[in-house]
Each structure stands twice: as C-alpha cells, then as structure tokens.
Design a protein around this ligand. Sequence first.
Ligand code: MGD
Ligand code: MGD
Ligand code: MO
Length: 753
Amino acid sequence: MEAVESNPQPRQELEYSKPWQWEEDGLTGTRTTVWSAPGCHEGCGVFVYTDKDGNYVKVEGDPENPFNRGRLCPRCFCIDEVMNHPDRVLYPMKRAKAERGNPDAWERISWDEAYDICYEELKRVADTWGGDTIHFQRGTGRDVQWQVGRLAYAVGSPNEYGCMSGTSCYLPRLSQMAMTTGGQMVADMSAFLAKRYDDPEYVVPNCIMVWGCNPLDSNPDFQLGHWITDLMQRGSKIITVDPRLTWIASRSEVHLALRPGTDGALAMGMLNVIINEDLYDHDFVENWTYGFEQLAERVADWTPEHAAEVCWLDPDDIRRAARLFAEKKPSSVFWGVAVDMQNSGTGAAQGIQAIFAITGNIDIPGGMIFTHMPFGITQDMQGGWGMQEILPPEVLEKRCGVQQYPMYRYGIAHASPDAALEAAEEGRCKAIWVQSTNTLTGMADEVERWKKVFEGLEFCCVVDAFMTPTAQAAADVFLPIKCWPEKQSIRAYYYDVSTMNPCVAAPGEVKSDAEICLTLGKRFNPDVWPWDTEEEVLDEILKPSGFTFQTLKENGPAYPEFTYRKYEKGLMRPDGAPGFNTPTGLFELCSTIFEGSGLDPLPNFKEPALSPVSSPLEYKEYPIILMTGARSPVFFHTEHRMIDRLRQFNSDPFVQLSTKTAAELGVADGQWVWIENPRGKCRQKVQITDMVRDGMALGQHGWWYPEDKDADLFDMPEININFLLKNAPSVTGFGADIKCTLCKIYPVAEEEM
Ligand SMILES: Nc1nc2c(c(=O)[nH]1)N[C@H]1C(S)=C(S)[C@@H](COP(=O)(O)OP(=O)(O)OC[C@H]3O[C@@H](n4cnc5c(=O)[nH]c(N)nc54)[C@H](O)[C@@H]3O)O[C@H]1N2
Ligand SMILES: Nc1nc2c(c(=O)[nH]1)N[C@H]1C(S)=C(S)[C@@H](COP(=O)(O)OP(=O)(O)OC[C@H]3O[C@@H](n4cnc5c(=O)[nH]c(N)nc54)[C@H](O)[C@@H]3O)O[C@H]1N2
Ligand SMILES: [Mo]
C-alpha cells in the first residue's frame, strides 16, 4: 500500500496486503478492530465479511495484525449472536420513576424525547444541587472511557468512576507506578514491535513471572495470554503466583500457591532473597534508583521462612523463584488483578515492582517496558480527557475521595467509588449516569448499599445494549447502543492506533456511545464539545498522530517508532534530562510522594480484614478462604450470559472446591450450595476441582439469569457473590479485599430450590 503522506510522525514499517475493504467470493471483506460493545480490553485485528445487503456473514482474525496475529477468542466468534439477539434493546425507552424495577413498565420513545428528558433532568439536578451530585459510572476498558468523562465535565461533574471498592482493577498498580516512577510498565512480550518476535531488537525473556493473573483466560489490559505460550516455545521459563493450579501454573517451573491476599508478604520474601544472595543489579540500583537502603531494611525481617509462614508456602520454593527470576536477564512480570484486589494492593504492587526493578529489568528488551500512548495521543481508554482544563478548581475539589485519598490526585481522573458511595449515602448524589457498566451485578461490592442509593435517585439513565439488573432496578431512561462492527471509532493503547470501521448495518435505532455523548455534551456545553460530527471528534483525537480517521482507516493499524531504555535517553521527563519523572529524578524504591502524603513509602503487607490470622474467631465459624471472580473465557464480567453458544460452556455460577473439602462439607459436584459470611450470602453450584487448595474456594462473579425475566432483577440477588464483600479500601484508597475473604458453605435445602 502507498504510504499516507499526511502523517509526519515516525512509525514502524508495516505493510498490509489487503486494502481496508475488498470483494471476495461475492462477499465484502472489511479490515477492522474489535473493541466494545460487548466488552473487551483488547483491540484484535479482524476481517468482517458481509453479504451484498450488509448482513454479517463471518469474522476471521487478521493474520497480518501484529497484536493478535490472526487469533481470536470465542466471544468474538459469537458477535453475530450478540448483534441479532432478540433481547437486545433497539429503541430508546422511558419509564415513570414510580415504576422502577417493573420490567413491564417500559415505553418506547423517540431519540428527541430521550435526549430532552436526559437534558432536562440532569440540568435540573445540576442547577438545584450542583453538577458534582451527578455521578457518571462506566465499566472497564470499554469504548466509552473518554466519552463518558468528557460528558461528565460538560455537565459540570468531576465524579466519574467504575464502582468497585478501592478501584481495584489495575488502578492500584497504575497509580503506584505513576507515583514511584512517573510512568507505567508492562511486560515486553514484543508487542511494541510490529515484527514481533522476529524483530532483531527483541530478546526472549529468561523468565516470565505470572502473578495473580490467569492470562490464557483473561488476556488482561491489552496483553494477550497466548504471547506467553509463544515465548515458552522460544525458551522462556514460567513462575506462577496463584493460589490455584491454573493451566499456566501447571506448566510452570515454580508454582507459588500462596494464601489469598498475602502477595505483599511474598514479594518482600523474594526481595529478601534477591538482596541477601546479592542477585540484584548493582549498576541499575546505584545509578538509577532511590531508597535501596530503606528497601533492604524493610525486607530484612522477611526471610523466606517468615514469608512462607505467612503465605502458607515452602521457603525453598520462594528461594527457587527468586533465583530463577533474578539469575539472568531479561525477566518480566505478567501481573493481574488479584494484586489489586487486596487491602495491601498498593504495597504488594510496590514490592513486585521492586523485584523487577532491582534485578535491572527496566525498559530493556524482554523486560518491563515504560509505555505511553502511541504518537502522543492523549484521549485514551483511561479517560480523563481535558478534566483539569474544563472544570474549575473548586469543582475539581468536589471529586469524591481527593480529600481522603491523596493518591487520587496523581495522574488519575476518576473519583473514589468508596468516597462516592459515602457521599451518596449522605445525600450528595442525586442522579447517576450509567454507561457501559452493570453496577449492581458486577462492580458494586456492597450491592445492597448501592441498590438503596440507586432507588433514592432523582434520575437515572442507563446506556447499554441489553436490559441489565442495574437498569431494571433503577433506570428512568434507557439508551440503546451500537456494537463494534456497527460503529466507527478509534483504538489507541500502548502499542498502536487503529480504526474501527462500520461494516454491518445497525438494527433499530441504536447509536454509538460517542454520538450519544457528543449530542448531549454539546447541549450542556458546546465549548467542551465543539465538534459537529462523530468523525470530527475522532479526527481531533488522532491529531497528534498526523492521521485523520480516513487516512488511518486506509493505512491500517499504525505503530510508532519504539525505543528501549528511555530513561537513559532523556525521554521520560518533561525537561528532557535522563532519569525518571519523579521528585528525585530516580526510580523510587522508597516513595517520596507517599511519604509526603503521610503514607508508607515502602512495600508492605497487611492481612485481609477477614482471614485466618486477622480474625481467628470468625475463621472458626467461616472456615473456608474465599476468592471471588476468576475470569471465564466465555463471558466478559456480567456480559454474554444470554449468548447460548457461550453459555453452554458455563451454564450456572460455580464455586470451586477441592475433592477433600467438598467431601468434608458433604457436597457433591453440581449441587447448589449457600456461600455465606458475616456480610451476606448467595448461592452457586459446586464444581469439584483440585485446582483449588483444601480449605479454599473460588466463587464466580457477575452472575444473573437474563432468561429469568419475571424473577426479581433476573435472579441477581440470589447468585451474586459480591453480597459477601465489603466497601473497605486500603489507606491509600486503592485496593480492597475482593479475592481474599472467609465464608462457610452448606447445601441449599430441597424446599429452597
Ligand atoms: N467479586 C468480584 N467482582 C468483580 C471482579 C472480581 O474479580 N470479583 N472483577 C471486577 C473488575 S476487575 C471489573 S473491571 C468489573 C467489571 O465490571 P463492568 O465493567 O461494569 O462490566 P460488566 O459488569 O460486564 O458491565 C458492562 C455493561 O456494559 C455494557 N457494555 C459493554 N460494552 C459497552 C459499550 O461499549 N458501551 C456501552 N454503553 N455499554 C457497553 C454491557 O452490556 C454490560 O451490561 O467487575 C468487577 N467485579
Ligand atoms: N474472558 C474474559 N476476559 C477478561 C475479563 C472477563 O471478564 N472475561 N475481564 C477483564 C478484566 S476487567 C480484568 S481486570 C482482567 C483480569 O484478569 P486476571 O488478572 O487474570 O483476573 P482473574 O482471572 O480474576 O484472577 C487471576 C488469578 O488470580 C488468582 N488469585 C485469586 N486470589 C489471589 C491472591 O490473593 N493472590 C494471587 N497472587 N492470586 C490470586 C485466581 O486464582 C486467578 O487464577 O481480565 C480481563 N479479561
Ligand atoms: Mo477489571
């Protein structure tokens, strides 16, 4: 293909053999990118084939796309069942406030009326109570992040967030990295290089430590799990830190099946070995880090024996893992959400980061890479586009949580969901805009508290493709959206930027999230949304790359030139000096920002609030350690339950128990059981598997039965594991005990079935 002349930015050479659209065997093929709806974090390259009437025929992975290289997951192959599902909402709807919860009270309306109601209700609330009393809730990593944020700012609200306690998805790790290093790092799986493993600059890692992550099922945060197997085939050895024997754990050199919620202790145990056995990189530590002595002092007591006792591990396994990781460069950490989902999520993340830092694996090929948005694009999936410029300082100060949790001020545009819940309960939330989240089913930890908040609202609008328990419980207006093959958008993250190209005719009157936010945002504040069309907004976002939507569509996914060892080259700091963008200019092993905020500056560990150690009395009554919410390859959180081709693989919520524990409890495989603790209960079906250790359990999250239309909120209140959780973030405001609590398990009685 011809190079696009309008693009002045240096980028990697990349040729695609097909144009963005072509004819083949009587079908039209379109090269496009997968994002949402329905949910996904990725951005896989695909070919969508349509017939002459614009009907969907099939999808295939694009073998030339460097990111997924032709591979796709089962959810992508079922996109037709999502788009054509009889339950999909195709028209805007409204309902009288008194009819909330009544599934039969919805009435179809026009988009004009829908926009009028939303505008008038939100305007009234903003004028009466203040813009900050309108909360904007959005889901994880969907194609709405910048849209919802910017809509919130146009309405005058700084309160945009995902609803889970401690923002326990990636943000504990991201905020910690931002404060101690001035950036964020991911494992180098070669994805920055368009030629991937074949690029001569790339080095295959000696060791990849998979920590609190089940990547083959979850492909988290723009990293694909099968990259690990690609690298295993090229020689990488694996360490897995996971209480369960996952597929990847079973293929690992060392499997550290730690007690849930003790990751901070394990990290310090490994640091102790690396420092005491002199396995660290003296050059990097001496020249580029700050606070090594304090770190060494902090971990001095964390001998492998001490860590093993806390984590229920063998001290020799901790030694073996530390040595394997440190003995040879490069090594990397492929970490997951379990690190975040504990009270000491920030402290654990800091400890794990210190492991890959002091072993000298920073920004080297095959190590841990400092990422940035491609071509300097700033309107990314993390949202926050323009918040500081749009909202006046006094409104910014009304962002829930910034007073209690200073870490929320640094590089994060979201409000604290825990502070938001408190504010709501004190009457300081009058309306909630829900776009791309199913709050009550998936994100909310204390479901009852949030449900009460929703029920007391003056106004609630839900923007989704399907009727959800959250919309059923609380929405006054429902706005239906386009799925990814039906809309135009852009996808930018870490490695590349690409377009999503509409190729399937959208049914009914569904609209894209961008169009909805643009239309409404413009009505509230045309200075914030000065563009007239969706494409103009996309062009604006792409501006720093030199592409327009059209030229990028024709070009295909574009990779900026990539540089390793950016800190040596003065590419990390605004002043262009070598080093890191931190107060000391160094990679901070001991954080000056934490210290200045009155927080522990070093890696640390705190027992989960309910654990055999911190609450021995409760442990007697609730003798099983409960993890909640491992990813199912066929669902994205609360989604896809209505897709039969996927549901057949996971028809009911299950709780995993070992053979021995199930026998001790007298429960059989497939039997309905109650899972209960002092916070609440739910029921799920037993799945007996020796993936889990004796005395532990894992219950699935995000469950409802979309087919049970007459049941109370689609049975969600019966089967949602989050009834056993609590809104209780750590002192930093990040991280909460979502994967580490206690419970008891007993059969559901015959008469309760
Ligand atoms: N117990 C427990 N709970 C957990 C977790 C756990 O591990 N354990 N994991 C937590 C984590 S990490 C996360 S990130 C959250 C996820 O929680 P959420 O991000 O809230 O995900 P869902 O619950 O699937 O809700 C997404 C909703 O948005 C709709 N949707 C999907 N794509 C789009 C789109 O592009 N536009 C619009 N308008 N709507 C869209 C879907 O139909 C669905 O109804 O769940 C959390 N909940
Ligand atoms: N198919 C699919 N893919 C998804 C999602 C989805 O819902 N479906 N959700 C997306 C989202 S938003 C996210 S955040 C990512 C998350 O993706 P992952 O990080 O892989 O998250 P999980 O599968 O919840 O948990 C990973 C592992 O943590 C282990 N674990 C539980 N407790 C602990 C603990 O205390 N310590 C340690 N070290 N491990 C523990 C569990 O046994 C599990 O195997 O996946 C994303 N990808
Ligand atoms: Mo997440």
